[in-house]
Ligand binder design. Sequence first.
Ligand code: DOR
Ligand code: ZN
Ligand code: ZN
Length: 342
Amino acid sequence: MIKLPGLVDTHVHLRVPGGEHKEDLHTGSAAALAGGFTTILAMPNTNPPLVLPERVEAINAQAQREALCDVFFFGGASGDHIDQLPELAQHCVGLKVYMDQTFGPLRVEGLEALLSIFQKWPEGKMIAFHAEKNSMAVGVALAAIFFRPVHFCHVSRKEEIELIAAAKNRGLPVTCEVTPHHLFLSEEDLPRLGPLGDMRPVLGRSKDVKALWDHINDTVDCIATDHAPHTLAEKIGEKTPPGIPGLETSLPLMFNAVTENRLSLERLKALMHDNPRRIYNLPEQAETWVEVNENQRYEIKNEGLYTKCGWTPFAGQTVQGKIQRVVLRGKTVFENGLIVTQ
Ligand code: DOR
Ligand code: ZN
Ligand code: ZN
């Protein structure tokens, strides 16, 4: 049995408020525990979005009541509420800045808004970007000019991870996360997955996947799921929403990669616990750990998932290493495939 610390996922969409038919605080946090995550950071592109202090205050209180693991929320940056950023910060783990098109309307357009955000958001709290391609260069420039920590979500392309590597070599305070789907899937899987392979950033080419793996030990700081559940009906419907679930498959996939000597167990711990905790300045959880049976092989299935959406693009894949037990603050919360807390 391998013992890991309670993992941290810095990028989860819990869909509350407004998308509770896809996921809610209870099902999302159950999926987190089933996947070995005892702390999750939730995104603000909800309906309405989490752009106002009172909304984040309310969702924090709701999570206290309904969530099974520790949940922290990002505030959403919006050009319409710049003056409230300092107050918003008091309720948030960080600020999420959407620079590119993705699910939902939350977006920051224009240099004026970007500048004000960097001036108003308090030092010491992270700014996290959804910034693809050229937008990422804008984010790196802002990190350099204001010389303050900036985190890049779901880096997925060769040129993007190389940009982050170059920025780090220059001593800029940038960090980044990579998702398991960008590490284990590519556009070659699209004929098989169809709409279930649609997400933002889109799946890369094989050279992109290779570049992410080539930088896994130096440039990549965190593995984050970007757990973005949508119902199967929505995914195979007329207008496919981008996003796939990931909470319950990420540790199994990453652990399987350890068994294949693609990364070390130490590195997995750094990517899924130590670095996320340090980057977002998260409190330690006492007596909290995950037990993985390193010898057990099993097939990932849609059946038995705790996420409300009930599917995974990794169904049918066999992995080595099964999550046996999760203990949170001294209490067993998941054991033998079942959530055992309420
Ligand atoms: O594929 C995605 N889905 N990418 C995002 O950035 C947002 C997410 C969602 O909320 O569904
Ligand atoms: Zn994003
Ligand atoms: Zn996301």
